[in-house]
Design a protein around this ligand. Structure first.
Ligand code: TYD
Length: 135
C-alpha cells in the first residue's frame, strides 16, 4: 500500500504554548469518538489488530513513533512525530502496528465509531482471512 497512506492536516499555532486544531470537516468520515494515548511506554508496542468497520486518524501531539499499516496486499512503514502535523488514516480492515515510541509520546485518535470490542480483529491470521473474503 505504498504511497497510499491518507493524511489529515492538523493546524498548529504557536502562542504561549502550542495550539493544535483539527477541523472535523477535513476528516473523511464522521467522527464519533476521540481518545488520547498519553506518555506511551517506549517498551510496549501497541496495536497489532485491525478493525472490521472503524476508521481512525492518528495524530502525534508529542514525541514520535513508527507505524506499520498493512491492508493485506502490502505494508507501509512510516515515522509519525510531533514535527509532522499530518495525521495518518487507518482505514477499516487495515492491520496496524505501533512501535519505536520516543519517551513521552502522546497521540490523539479520532474514530468513526463507538468503542466495540467485537469490531477488533486480533490475530493476523484472522485478518488475512477476512481481507481475502472482501476481494
Ligand atoms: P486498544 O485499542 O487495544 O489499544 P492499542 O491499540 O493502543 O494497543 O485498547 C486498549 C484497551 O483500552 C482495551 O482494553 C480496550 C480499551 N479501550 C476502551 O475501553 N475504549 C476505547 O475507546 C479504546 C480505544 C480502548
Amino acid at each position: 500500500m505504498k504511497g497510499r497512506v491518507e493524511r489529515v492536516k492538523m493546524q498548529k499555532i504557536s502562542d504561549d504554548g502550542l495550539l493544535c486544531i483539527v477541523e472535523f470537516s477535513k476528516v473523511p468520515f464522521e467522527v464519533k469518538r476521540a481518545y488520547c494515548i498519553l506518555e506511551a511506554d517506549p517498551e510496549l508496542p501497541r496495536g497489532y489488530h485491525a478493525h472490521r468497520l472503524t476508521e481512525q486518524v492518528i495524530f502525534c501531539l508529542k514525541g514520535g513513533l513508527r507505524i506499520t499499516l498493512d491492508n493485506g496486499k502490502g505494508k507501509v512503514k512510516l515515522v509519525l512525530n510531533d514535527k509532522n502535523s499530518r495525521g495518518v488514516i487507518q482505514r477499516k480492515l487495515t492491520w496496524i502496528e505501533m512501535d519505536r515510541f520516543q519517551p513521552g509520546t502522546s497521540l490523539l485518535v479520532l474514530a468513526s465509531r463507538d468503542y466495540d470490542p467485537g469490531d477488533y480483529i486480533r490475530t493476523y491470521h484472522q485478518f488475512i482471512k477476512e481481507t481475502k473474503k472482501r476481494i
